[in-house]
Write a protein that binds this ligand. Structure first.
Ligand SMILES: [Mg+2]
Ligand SMILES: [Zn+2]
Length: 194
């Protein structure tokens, strides 16, 4: 069986963006706002080098909320993918949920199977890619990421990204860290001990 690292995207791999109208930090809606944190390539390279399969698990409800379009998010995803693959980082799957239970756009506004904290995508990866979830990891900056990992049976690491502080506080991760660099250190240490 294969061990995996499941990663949330916004606030973990790329910068959150200030919406000047609402004063809230959001995922990028414009292609020029998709900026990886400077340490991401090196960090993901270490995980890849240690033999982990990488999976992205990202909620993108702003389509359902009418704040952006699927087309715009697909362009941003394409840039995200290029930034990674051009530097030798290959995710096994990119899993996105575009739904929200209380959105405005009917097509995407309903309860769905795939929105974190539901572990749908982790279980999908387990089945399709023979992932050993008990020896895998989920990394995110919100309670919903940690709850998703726990529901799927992975170990969990909460990144305490300052801009998303109001989205967490009620989950019990195995580890809390400052950023992806510390998360990767923990994973590598645990890998060496086995
Ligand atoms: Mg996030
Ligand atoms: Zn969904």
């Amino acid at each position: 069986m294969v061990e995996a690292v499941f990663l949330d995207r916004d606030g973990v791999l790329n910068e959150l963006v200030l919406n000047s109208a609402t004063r809230e930090y959001e995922p990028p809606h414009r292609i020029e706002d998709m900026k990886l944190f400077p340490y991401v390539i090196e960090c993901l390279g270490k995980l890849q080098g240690a033999g982990y399969d990488l999976f992205l698990v990202s909620n993108q409800p702003d389509v359902a909320k009418g704040k952006t379009t699927l087309e715009a998010l697909e362009k941003i995803h394409k840039k995200f993918d290029q930034l990674l693959t051009s530097r030798g980082i290959y995710f096994k799957e990119y899993y996105y949920c575009y739904h929200h239970p209380q959105g405005l756009i009917p097509e995407y506004s309903h309860e769905c199977m795939c929105r974190k904290p539901k572990p749908f995508f982790l279980l999908k990866a387990e089945e399709k890619h023979n992932i050993d979830l008990g020896n895998s990891w989920m990394i995110g900056d919100r309670d919903t990421d940690i709850e998703c990992g726990k529901a799927g049976g992975t170990k969990t690491i909460l990144i305490e990204e300052p801009l998303s502080v109001h989205k967490r506080g009620n989950s019990l991760p195995d580890y809390k860290v400052k950023d992806l660099r510390e998360a990767v250190e923990i994973i590598i240490q645990n890998t060496d001990e086995k």
